[in-house]
Design a protein around this ligand. Structure first.
Ligand code: KIV
Length: 275
């Protein structure tokens, strides 16, 4: 059977409401991360639905081993650059480790800073039932929240590995429960990271809001990848869920080598490149 494909006729402004409608009409949601002006500009130009300013910027931009050192100020700095470039996509900003877990007050203050100082559409929080109360408060005061279950990198020290999550029945049941609780708490979408495809399908059917998978198979309502992974910039990182749409690391090295060679051999600059 041919699968439904929707291609919007003209650029549309994407809101959390658009995303809800997309689940209802069966239109797949395309989401990628961005951390800077130019990448965000090109994503927006080609009609990406959601741009996530993910705390993965800790790894791919800042070179930390985990996302734990990332601060609210880091997120705001990068999100502001993304915001300047975007006309249509919904921008979602990750709330970094320890910016929301300690109390509802702290979560409100930090999410409020992100919304007010950057002017984005929503925030994303990692975690299950234990953050439901925080989600309820944020949503109540008008801050849309995207959930994030499965492999939650901020909890790496609890799990010790980046392996597939929720493979046992007990963990799968827990994840399904967490998804339902987040749905009831008012999230507008849930990221499902690195869980079995069959579980992602079950969650997608069980909740009213769209699921957005990363390493969670084809049954989610949408997909997300870290933009540096799909562009082939994070060369050593090769999990099977990352499809490489380009090999930019090699393209960059080739360009840099050529430049160095041209400078050293007096080939650059030529007269026509001078004033
Ligand atoms: O930080 C991030 O980029 C994310 C995605 C992997 C979903 O949370």
């Amino acid at each position: 059977m041919k699968k439904k494909q929707f291609t919007p006729q003209k650029p549309r402004v994407v809101t959390t409401k658009t995303v809800t409608t997309m689940k209802q009409t069966g239109e797949k949601i395309a989401m990628l991360t961005a951390y800077d002006f130019l990448v965000a500009k090109y994503l927006d130009q080609v009609g990406i639905d959601i741009i996530l300013v993910g705390d993965s910027l800790g790894n791919v931009v800042h070179g930390y081993e985990t996302t734990l050192p990332v601060t609210v100020d880091d997120m705001i700095y990068h999100a502001k650059a993304v915001k300047r470039a975007v006309k249509n996509a919904l921008i979602v900003v990750d709330m970094p480790f320890m910016s929301f877990q300690a109390s509802v007050d702290e979560a409100i203050r930090n999410a409020g800073r992100i919304m007010k100082e950057v002017g984005v559409g929503a925030v994303k929080l990692e975690g299950g039932e234990y953050i439901a109360n925080i989600v309820k408060h944020l949503v109540k005061i008008g801050i849309p929240v995207m959930g994030h279950l499965g492999l939650t990198p901020q909890a790496i020290n609890k799990f010790g590995t980046y392996e597939v999550r929720a493979q046992s029945k007990k963990e799968a049941d827990e994840l399904l429960h967490d998804a339902k609780v987040l749905d009831e708490a008012g999230v507008f979408a849930i990221v499902l990271e690195k869980i079995p495809s069959s579980l992602a399908q079950k969650v997608t059917k069980a909740v009213n809001v769209p699921t957005i998978g990363i390493g969670a198979g084809p049954h989610c309502d949408g997909q997300v990848l870290v933009v540096y992974d799909m562009l082939g910039l994070t060369e050593e990182f090769k999990p099977r869920f990352v499809r490489r749409y380009a090999e930019l690391a090699e393209t960059m090295r080739t360009a840099f080598r050529k430049y160095i060679e041209d400078v050293r051999s007096h080939q650059f600059p030529q007269e026509k490149e001078s004033y």
